[in-house]
Design a protein around this ligand. Structure first.
Ligand code: PRP
Length: 213
């Protein structure tokens, strides 16, 4: 008998794109489309239960093996790390991490230690360590663009999608830090225990993604 798999989806935009992908694969996602306040949904025509969670929690659930699979952004993977298999780039949720500063400011033109504000302190640390540059990192929870405007920081490392938020706040990207997109991750034990079920699911995803290319 085929084992039911459990997948954690990142709530919000990645959830919507994942549901579109699963429906294109022929999975009936009506329970996820009409979730009410429920956070876990059994799909009626495929042995898959869908859990809706915040991005870092998707990794936590997959790492602990309470979810076999997860859909999460590469941004969260780079920031949080963890032990799991990152098996597929799903091709949606594309954006980039960039270093941005006040328009026209000369970020590299001084010897003083720069202050960088970010929701992603680990990504920021790794980026500047790679340059051999010592920076002070200030963790901000959202609307990071405020930090340089308020003169809290010399720059930010943040997600840029259209660039509109930077532009409307008088900031400009000066360097790319990393490319980001949604990834499919798999618990390491599940990969062995439910090899057939996971292989079936992955090959359906790959077939659909291949058809889009
Ligand atoms: C993200 C990111 C930027 C914005 C980039 O913020 O932190 O602020 O989107 O998008 P754009 O390049 O298309 O303008 P989000 O909307 O997630 O809110 P937050 O800043 O409160 O985290």
């Amino acid at each position: 008998m085929s084992e039911r798999l459990r997948i954690a989806l990142t709530k919000g935009r990645l959830q919507d794109k994942s549901v579109e992908l699963f429906e294109a694969m022929g999975l009936d996602c009506s329970p996820v489309r009409n979730p009410g306040r429920r956070l876990i949904h059994a799909l009626p025509n495929y042995p898959l239960d869908v859990v809706l969670a915040k991005a870092p929690d998707v990794i936590t659930y997959v790492e602990h093996g309470v979810c076999d699979l997860g859909v999460v952004g590469k941004d969260t993977i780079l920031e949080k790390g963890g032990a799991f298999y990152e098996v597929l780039d799903l091709g949606f949720g594309r954006c980039r991490f960039a270093l941005a500063v006040k328009k026209g400011s000369d970020f590299y033109g001084t010897y003083k230690t720069r202050r960088i504000a970010s929701k992603y302190p680990n990504v920021t640390r790794t980026f500047f360590e790679g340059k051999g540059m010592d920076v002070d990192i200030i963790k901000i929870e959202g609307s990071v663009e405020l930090a340089p405007i308020l003169d809290l920081s010399d720059g930010i490392v943040d997600i840029v999608e259209t660039g509109a938020t930077l532009k409307e706040n008088g900031l400009e990207p000066i360097e790319d830090v990393a490319q980001v997109s949604a990834r499919l991750i798999v618990n390491t034990a599940s990969m062995k225990l439910y090899k057939n079920e996971i292989t079936d699911f992955l090959s359906r995803v790959e077939r659909e993604l291949g058809g889009r290319a």
